[in-house]
Design a protein around this ligand. Structure first.
Ligand SMILES: [Zn+2]
Length: 206
């Protein structure tokens, strides 16, 4: 029987020990399936006994990136952002990573992302590459992330992001973002142009 909560068809939780930075960290993992049963996501929660009842959590809402998060691709900064977020959250009294696998390729999926990379190999930037393959520049919705945060009773959050659109999207979905915490990544020769496009064409604060 699915365990339904408001906004979700099914959910489950467990304790997930992870190896991070040479130590073992215990996280609470809560998995969710949306009402349409099309998307699944997970919240990884780090909460210590020192966290106050009304403590506002530090949150990273992370868009899944198979090439970056798993294989450490140098074409984007997803892996470094995820590692920085994990470092911050596991050092905090109350921190959460909401991980959204269906956000792959800013929502256009894995195959389209690779198609867009091939267009970038021909000289287009990340914005024009998506346009040239007939896909939106960014089709991510943050409704599921907001529903997850509301389920966790996180009406107020401190959000780790460089993306002002993410702050706006969460705010309009009912989450009070009381602070935007930047995630500064040093560019490499492989992702310098990707980061430049994020800054110049997608208004990221880099
Ligand atoms: Zn990536």
């Amino acid at each position: 029987m699915p365990v339904s909560k408001p906004g979700f068809r099914d959910s489950a939780s467990t304790i997930l020990p992870i190896a991070f930075d040479g130590r073992v960290v215990q996280l609470e993992a809560r998995a969710y399936e949306d009402l349409a049963a099309s998307d699944q996501a997970v919240a990884l929660i780090h909460r210590t006994a020192g966290a106050g009842v009304n403590q506002v959590p530090i949150v990273r809402v992370h868009s899944g990136c198979l090439t970056g998060d798993i294989f450490h691709s140098l074409r984007c900064d997803c892996y470094q952002q995820l590692q920085k977020a994990l470092a911050t959250i596991t050092a905090s009294d109350y921190g959460i990573i909401v991980y959204l696998p269906h956000h792959e390729g800013r929502g256009i999926g894995l195959v389209n992302k690779i198609k867009a990379y091939a267009e970038q190999d021909r000289g287009l930037d990340t914005v024009d590459a998506n346009i040239s393959i007939g896909e939106p520049v960014d089709s991510r919705s943050y409704e599921m992330a907001a529903n997850i945060l509301l389920d966790l009773n996180c009406h107020q959050i401190r959000l780790m992001t460089n993306n002002p659109l993410k702050v706006e999207a969460l705010r309009s979905a009912g989450i009070d973002v009381v602070e935007q915490m930047p995630l500064v990544i040093s560019p490499s020769e492989h992702n310098a142009r990707y980061l430049k496009t994020k800054k110049e064409r997608l208004s990221h604060k880099l």
